[in-house]
Design a protein around this ligand. Structure first.
Ligand SMILES: Nc1nc2c(ncn2[C@@H]2O[C@H](COP(=O)(O)OP(=O)(O)OP(=O)(O)O)[C@@H](O)[C@H]2O)c(=O)[nH]1
Ligand SMILES: [Mg+2]
Length: 482
């Protein structure tokens, strides 16, 4: 996510950090580098120019003031951070909540922007917080759109209101109204309306979306935009804002190699906040948008707060406490614990997404670490889980008994080669050893993020996670969580 931008920005900041003293010429060249980085990431020109002129103005002021005890280069870094935060954080706010439930949320956007996927993600996120969401299928244009939402609803365990054949077919407005009536009757506290998209902005699309909006009067109308759209994102957002009226923005597909800058400018150009990021195809790959965390990510400072949130969510408190107890009492780390960690990691999302949230490490060391982590692909996690699931409970808690014939049985049972089983056993032995060493190093201290603490992400992520926890972002995370 924002990879190219992040790496250029962190290089510029690293150069600045190494200086301490800077003069107006240095400031000028730093601003030039930032400007290029932002423009290459597709951030809208008007946004870039405004940001650069503010950084210059405030930077020059900081240089000329020469406050004793304050490092001017560091001050400029702070200014850059604040100015990026200003761009990302315009009118920042959480999702609307109606005084009188249900809260009505309408999704609008171009075809394929990720509305239906997002409807599911949003519903799951709300449900996990103890709400009772209802999904309403108002896309009657694309064949299968209703079925797609029904399948998603089934997967996440959220009811879907859809038109009965012959009832409301062809009329999304009456489906929306009926869906809302249903939510009122059955006391759902959130209703999410998925609407149809079109290839380009067109009159029919706007008319239909406006009519649905008029019928249900949403508390939040969210414009869903694909981060890969490029410069057109700003124009489309403008068209939807004047045609339908939007309250907030959701960026989807930010997991791609997208430069994403255009989408990031949307909020600045139309003055509406970004509320969520959609970061993958899985229902769990979704995050509320915290401008501060994203600004840190873009500047290569990592986003340990989001990482910690996801770890907490993935490894429920009970199992975390149980693991900690085991760890302290010196009990052996078993394959059952290992499996639980693997599953927690899976719930946290793909390795490459997690990677983007770790603070950047400069130079060759950072590049090497990144390569090692990337080598652990998600399919390997699935394979490891399948192998462990083919072991008997006795084998899982006593891995030492897994001899040659057992290895063969486990390999066959899980549809793998014996060599894969051998590799996993080796990795497991390494994890067990690492747990023992960690226990000796930090008596009574379970790593905060056990899901990341052991293989299949072997040692490098362990080190980096630890490093980042002691740094500023973690403190911030604690403060944010209260
Ligand atoms: N990688 C990635 N893919 C996504 C994301 N969100 C959605 N997709 C994929 O994008 C495609 C389109 O998603 P939909 O949710 O059907 O998009 P839509 O806006 O509802 O499309 P229409 O109903 O045709 O207007 C699907 O293949 C999704 O799996 C995301 O955050 N990351
Ligand atoms: Mg759809």
């Amino acid at each position: 996510m924002f990879d190219a931008l992040t790496s250029r920005m962190s290089r510029t900041l690293a150069g600045l950090r190494s200086r301490g003293r800077i003069n107006p010429v240095d400031l000028e060249s730093t601003c030039g580098e930032i400007r290029t980085a932002l423009l290459e990431a597709d951030v809208a020109l008007i946004v870039v120019d405004q940001l650069i002129s503010e950084v210059k103005r405030r930077g020059l002021e900081a240089i000329s003031l020469k406050q004793s005890g304050i490092n001017p280069a560091q001050q400029v870094i702070t200014i850059i951070h604040e100015e990026i935060l200003k761009v990302l954080g315009i009118n920042s706010r959480p999702l609307a909540q109606a005084k009188k439930p249900p809260t009505k949320i309408m999704l609008a956007g171009l075809q394929g922007s990720g509305k239906t996927t997002l409807a599911g993600k949003l519903a799951l996120w709300l449900k996990e917080q103890g709400n009772t969401p209802l999904l309403v299928a108002c896309d009657l244009v694309r064949p299968n759109a209703v079925t797609q939402l029904q399948i998603i609803g089934e997967q996440i365990g959220v009811p879907v209101f859809a038109p009965e054949p012959g009832n409301g077919v062809g009329n999304p407005i009456s489906v929306a109204k009926d869906g809302l009536d249903h939510a009122n009757q059955k006391l759902f506290n959130y209703v999410i309306f998925d609407t149809a998209g079109r290839l380009g902005v067109d009159v029919d699309l706007m008319k239909e979306a406006r009519a649905i909006k008029g019928a249900i009067t949403p508390d939040d109308t969210l414009f869903v935009v694909d981060a890969m759209t490029g410069q057109d994102a700003v124009n489309t957002a403008n068209a939807f804002d004047s045609g339908v009226g939007i309250d907030g923005v959701v960026l989807t597909k930010v997991d791609g190699d997208a430069r994403a800058g255009a989408a990031l400018s949307v909020t600045s150009v139309i003055g509406k906040p970004i509320l969520f990021l959609s970061t993958g195809e899985k229902s769990s790959e979704f995050e509320p948008f915290y401008p501060d965390r994203i600004a840190q990510r873009i500047l290569g400072m990592g986003d340990v707060a989001t990482l910690a949130d996801q770890a907490k969510k993935a490894l429920d408190e009970k199992s975390a406490a149980r693991l900690e107890e085991k760890f302290i009492s010196g009990e052996d780390f078993t394959f059952d614990d290992f499996l639980e960690q693997l599953q927690a990691m899976k719930k946290m999302g793909s390795i490459s997404n997690l990677l983007g949230m770790l603070p950047g490490m400069p130079g060759a060391q950072g590049a090497q670490m990144k390569k090692q982590i990337e080598a652990i692909d998600d399919s390997e996690t699935d394979r490891a889980a399948a192998i462990i699931q083919s072991m008997t409970p006795h084998e899982r808690s006593n891995p030492k008994i897994i001899n040659g014939s057992r290895r063969l049985r486990i390999a066959r049972g899980s549809g793998n080669e014996v060599s894969s089983v051998n590799r996993l056993l080796e990795r497991f032995a390494g994890a067990q050893k690492a747990m023992k060493q960690m226990k000796n190093m930090r008596p009574g201290g379970m790593p905060q993020m056990p899901g990341l603490g052991a293989p299949p992400a072997p040692r490098p992520p362990q080190r980096s996670a630890k490093k980042s926890r002691s740094g500023n972002p973690a403190k911030r995370a604690q403060e944010e969580r209260g």
